[in-house]
Design a binder for this molecule. Structure first.
Ligand code: SF4
Length: 311
């Protein structure tokens, strides 16, 4: 079975092309908010794998206003495609972890910026409230709003190991709160976290399929410098067992076969800066290269998204 653009899975770029009839580029923003597992309200130290510098482009500095960051980000991308439009991507840290009035002002400033047609808000499942959902669903009446929650694992024992300081039940509750409010609901999952077997990882596909999500980003665990996980890796390397690219593609192929067919797949791999990456070394493979390989593997094996999905 083939999806849009003749792909064996439900692909995000095809979804964007269909929905907006244009190229849409995300412009990353840094609000300077923190996280409840960093500031002591739930924990300290943050997620063990987290190094904020792996996902903040140079123009993203919380000392700059949202408009200034958008201006610089758009300037950076606009020379490539003159007519493209933009999503303001609240990416770094926990972008709903602030006073609701402050949040509203930031989101409104972003959607008022020329050529910004939507918001993508990355946050933690335990930092969603009915007030925040209301603000976002008001904006969603006129703009695309994607609320992306870091699920990371559906297993509480893994969430404990990586110091997420929230449970999978909190993830389920956050999606239930945000469902049917006009929002596009995204999820983020890390494969190959410590202590997870292949069956555990495949089971994430079954559990995620039960959530009211519209899209999913998955990526491999990467150990980067200046993280608590880098120390764990040095001291107890047996906690980790990495896959090579081929094994990862094999796992993702089976994962996709178990996934609800309506879920749009946005990413398969993460690309941390080379100077920060400790393991695994996949030679700097890009998301589009992995996506090509996964597509080829799916077609070769006559597998498609949802082939083995059951409600
Ligand atoms: S991964 Fe996200 S939630 Fe975890 S510490 Fe880093 S910014 Fe905060």
């Amino acid at each position: 079975m083939l999806f849009n653009d003749n792909k064996p899975y439900n692909d995000y770029s095809s979804f964007v092309k269909r929905k907006f009839n244009n190229r849409v580029q995300k412009i990353s923003l840094n609000t300077g908010f923190t996280c409840p597992n960093k500031d002591g309200s739930k924990g300290v130290g943050g997620c063990t794998y987290c190094n904020i510098h792996t996902f903040s482009p140079d123009y993203c500095k919380p000392s700059k206003s949202i408009s200034q960051q958008l201006e610089e980000g758009i300037l950076f991308f606009s020379h490539k495609y003159k007519t493209q439009q933009y999503f303001a991507y609240f990416q770094s840290y926990t972008n709903t972890y602030a006073d609701v009035n402050e949040l509203r002002e930031m989101y409104i400033e972003a959607i008022r910026y020329p050529n910004v047609i939507g918001l993508v808000i990355g946050t933690r499942p335990d930092c969603i409230s009915p007030e925040i959902v209301n603000i976002l669903s008001e904006i969603a009446k006129t703009h695309f709003v994607s609320l992306d929650l870091g699920v990371e694992s559906t297993l509480n024992r893994t969430l404990d190991i990586i110091n997420r300081c929230h449970s999978f039940e909190e993830t389920q509750a956050a999606y239930a709160m945000a469902a049917n409010k006009g929002l596009h609901l995204g999820a983020h999952l890390i494969l190959n976290l410590p202590g997870e077997s292949r069956e555990d990882m495949l089971n994430h596909a079954r559990e995620l399929s039960k959530l009211p999500i519209n899209s999913l980003k998955i990526h491999q665990l990467q150990i980067v410098k200046h993280t608590r996980m880098s120390l764990q890796y040095e001291q107890t390397p047996e906690m980790f067992s990495f896959m090579n690219v081929d094994e990862y593609i094999d796992l993702v192929t089976e994962f996709i076969s178990l996934l609800r067919p309506e879920i749009i797949l946005e990413r398969f791999v993460s690309e941390s800066p080379k100077k920060l990456l400790i393991a695994p070394n996949w030679g700097g493979i890009k998301n589009f290269e992995i996506a090509d390989k996964i597509e080829k593997r799916l077609l070769e094996q006559d597998i498609w998204q949802g082939k083995n999905y059951s409600e």
